[in-house]
Design a protein around this ligand. Structure first.
Ligand code: FAD
Length: 474
């Protein structure tokens, strides 16, 4: 009795409840179906596709060690599954759940259709410590504030990860599979070299990233996590997004490392995993938030649509070093440090007054960890219109953020080499540096590096005035 294991964003063998359940029943056939249209408008884009291509190759190789194929097909998913059922005589289909609105609806329809076809169908939780409906306020409502949400979630009994099945038995004959190249995930123009150099997609890469972080960084995470030039964070986000590692494994890894002790770095780190959980909770309960502000007053916010400003921001040519460094790190590596994500998002939505949705879309194209739940939360939080958001009037000053969290200017020097010779004292505000200092550093503003696109103080005042116009509404 063959079971199809429909793999999606759970590209791992360990702690994979769908795979474990199927293996306990008998022979299994792992299947990946490429059906980006079914996730529209949030189908995986540029950087994510590069990651996915590599991650599928790694998964195929690890399954091959068990003598198992990974069958790759094109969507529509339901048709692909039904075809495979016809070809193999499978009697059951199982998968791990996802939480984006379009995917939930698709999966619901597929579950129904397969049950109508008299198949045994099941789905599991591999992606979260607690699913969105498992945590609720006393009144039974979804949480809108992070701290009580996390308190409630962490008080629950955590499920342990499930082991990789000892033995996987495949079908007697493997059905045809597309080659991964045929999915066309890799770009035809090779803009992805920086991404490939920066990351090791796949389950083993994820385990190494976690181990490395525990060995070297977790103890100082609380102090170091805000410093973009320090390797102070785990860089697990793309691995978590693609399910190459699950949060239960991270939870267990941290607790094994703690070995009964209490350490503030580890606590803080787990609370960030909590933000990921909170993001999924919000997306599930407020499914229109990827395009609509949770705080409805912001629907009337006077955004200043300006394509040129948006483009300058995207290209890291705003003339504000911290912002440009972040945007260039993003383009080059598919990732940006969290502190800098907040700085660039605040600059775009407040100083440039561009709609947060435009920023979220750019991140969606360029982040390897682009995740509908976390990206929506991050943008709405920074723009001031989301759940438990930073108040709108708290506008990050990107030069001060630089002076505080990159005092030597190392981060800016790495990503904005035109400014590399400026002394630390001036590197975060070159427009305010004495002319002689710029000359000595070989920087002419407006020629070697842009003059600032906006005046930080004045644009801040304008943003606050725009906010005044909507804040009286309820
Ligand atoms: P660590 O500091 O090591 O944290 C561990 C894990 O906790 C992360 O891998 C991530 O899964 C989770 N996490 C940490 N901070 C957050 C957070 N604020 N919200 C949700 N989860 C968090 N994260 C994404 O995974 N995908 C996105 O598309 C995304 N878009 C963002 C957009 C904006 C505007 C902002 C401000 C933040 C966004 N984040 C997003 C959150 C955060 O910046 C990244 O998760 C983090 O930088 C990833 O690096 P890390 O793995 O080294 O994090």
């Amino acid at each position: 009795d063959l079971t199809l294991v429909w793999l999606r964003r759970d590209l791992r063998l360990a702690d994979n409840p769908a795979l474990a359940e199927a293996a306990a029943r008998g022979p299994v056939l792992p299947v990946y179906i490429h059906a980006p249209d079914e996730e529209a408008p949030w189908a995986p884009r540029g950087a994510q596709r590069v990651w996915l291509d590599e991650s599928l190759r790694v998964l195929q190789a690890s399954l091959a060690e068990f003598g198992m194929p990974l069958v790759i097909r094109q969507g529509p998913s339901l048709e692909a599954l039904q075809t495979l059922i016809g070809e193999t005589g499978a009697s059951a289909v199982t998968w791990n759940r996802l939480y984006e609105p379009a995917v939930i609806e698709r999966d619901r329809q597929i579950k129904q259709a397969l049950r109508d076809d008299r198949l045994v169908v099941s789905s599991h939780n591999a992606a979260l410590l607690a699913e969105p409906w498992e945590v609720a306020t006393k009144a039974g409502d979804p949480y809108r504030v992070y701290t009580p949400f996390w308190r409630a979630l962490s008080a629950q009994r955590m499920h342990l990860p499930v082991a990789v099945p000892d033995k996987l038995v495949g079908p007697t004959e493997a059905p045809d599979s597309l080659a991964i190249e045929q999915l066309g995930l890799r770009p035809t123009i090779g803009w992805d070299a920086g991404i490939r150099a920066a990351w090791t997609p796949g389950e083993a890469g994820a385990q190494i990233a976690l181990q490395d972080f525990l060995d070297r960084c977790v103890d100082s995470y609380k102090q170091d996590r805000d410093w973009p030039a320090r390797p102070g964070t785990s860089r697990l986000s793309p691995h978590l997004h693609f399910g190459e590692i699950g949060p239960r494994q991270v939870w267990q890894g941290v607790h094994e490392w703690l070995d009964g002790s209490a350490r503030v770095g580890a606590e803080t780190f787990l609370s960030e995993i909590g933000w990921r959980e909170f993001a999924h909770h919000l997306l599930f309960h407020f499914p229109d938030t990827p395009s609509k502000p949770l705080d409805r007053r912001f629907e009337a916010f006077p955004w200043a649509d300006d394509d040129q400003a948006l483009k300058a921001w995207q290209q890291g040519q705003t003339g504000i070093p911290m912002v440009d460094a972040g945007m260039r790190e993003l383009w080059e590596t598919g990732w940006m440090h969290n502190r800098v994500r907040m700085v660039v998002a605040s600059f775009l939505t407040k100083n440039l007054r561009q709609p947060w949705q435009a920023g979220a879309e750019w991140f969606w194209d360029t982040l390897v960890d682009a995740d509908l739940a976390s990206n929506t939360l991050g943008w709405q939080w920074t723009a001031g219109c989301g759940a438990d958001a930073a108040p709108f009037f708290r506008i990050f000053n990107p030069s001060r953020q630089g002076e505080r969290f990159d005092p030597e200017g190392d981060y800016v020097r790495q990503w904005v080499p035109e400014l590399a010779r400026l002394p630390a004292k001036h590197i975060h505000a070159p427009w305010a540096a004495p002319a002689a200092v710029c000359r000595d550093a070989g920087v002419t503003l407006g020629t070697d590096y842009p003059a600032p696109l906006v005046d930080l103080k004045e644009s801040r005042r304008e943003a606050l005035a725009a906010f005044d116009a909507i804040k009286a509404q309820r």
